[in-house]
Design a protein around this ligand. Sequence first.
Ligand code: DGJ
Length: 512
Amino acid sequence: MAADVVLNAGRAQLLVEGAPFLILGGEVHNSSASGLEWMEEKVWPVVRQLRLNTLLVPVYWETVEPREGEFHFELVDGVLAQARREGVRLVLLWFGLWKNALSTYAPSWVKQDTKRFFRSELFEQLDFVRSRPGISPCCQAAIDADAKAFAALMAHLKKVDEVQGTVLFLQVENEVGLLGSDRDYSPIAQQWFEADIPREVAANFDCGGNWESAFGGQACSQFMAWCFARALEVIASAGKKEYDIPLYVNAWTIQYDGEYEGSYPTGGPVVENIKMWRLTAPSIAWYSPDIYKNNFAAECRKYALQDNPLFIPEARNSLDAGSNALYAIAQCGAFGFCPFAVEDMLQTSQAFELPGAYQEQGINGRRRDETHAAHYLKEAYGVLDSLKPFLSPQAAVSVQGYIFEDDRRIGMRFCQYRARITCIGVYPHLPLPAGVVIEMAEDEFIIAGILSEVEFLPLCGERSRPEFLSLEEGYFSAGQWHCTRIMNGDEHRVTFTDQYKILRIKLRKDGR
Ligand code: DGJ
């Protein structure tokens, strides 16, 4: 049975073989999956050590179709075999016509034929774009060629993987959009831009005329979003016709307020463009943000929309990855989280092979010592794995999460109590303070976290604080609670210090 993603009371659920599946994963470096030996030596040992349940792995058009019409799937089959041996699921990333707004993974027969596969034309090439512009999203021949290759990949996956379902779903292209210009100025793009907007766009956005009169200051980005969404719909629908599993698109997000189009890839599924993408690319199931910014929580919230299941395919592989995962999953209802270049995490913590700049990254002006990044990701994933039966709306009264990026306190509300959560401190060698509060019943909570303290308070208008009936430390295995310590006396507080841990508490309020 193919994997499916559903939205349930604001929380996204990935269903695998009909049961909820939480992706505690990682994405490999761009080039890792071009060699099976490399995967064997450098990647799978890390997957094992971090106990990842899913790996995000690119499939490269240049290796799938090195000569036009000649398809090779040895690499795909090899990675599939490795994943099955490891008991790990895969998400495949189709590096086709566009990878980070460029066409670097297109086969050389595509790159060389610049007439048949014409490039975008930039208004004025910005100096940070070091490569030739990518292939134009208005180039039908290129879109059709990519769609043919993607369809061949999907047909192959159906043949070799439909029964096992090792591949959960696929990402179509990678961080699409146009860099270096506000829009494409190639002759066809120019013609389309000057023409009246398509009828369905006019009807849905309640406007008319050409792109400029319809969208004013947003004309370039909405036009480019329509061009890329139109192209990806051709590619995605061709693939889905062969094998109907979910497809999503990831976004290089806007990095700072007021950033201009072309400084980030214009036309990609940044939040402002999602309406155009939804309308134009109905085969795409959701849009995912790649979050490398320090305000992880705010970026997550932007994409946790009513109609957009949240999945984080790329985030910094930093000391804060585990805390970010807790927040994305508990507070924003994400169904998965994956740090990018996950195979580097053990190098950073064990071998110190990376330059100092990678070991100590600044966050909001604070220095971070990345030495134990892998340890903390593994611990946070362990907590999430333990708590996963209770993260669905059916299993709990409420699920809330917190992370302290700037503030020092936050409040939460439950049916019978309020809580005040206090940050214990931000330290260079420890993850950002974060946690999960699961309200199991009106007097019963499961709480997990790090570097924070949770105090339960009466509701407004009630006078006395609740008292603990029990406070236990432990973990869940297959949904069964294993108590490792009964906390009382000096330990009678919901306090999390320098390691993630899980507490289960029962409260009593006056009169009950
Ligand atoms: C975002 C891209 O999607 C990834 O493929 C990779 O290039 C990272 N950036 C590198 O930080």
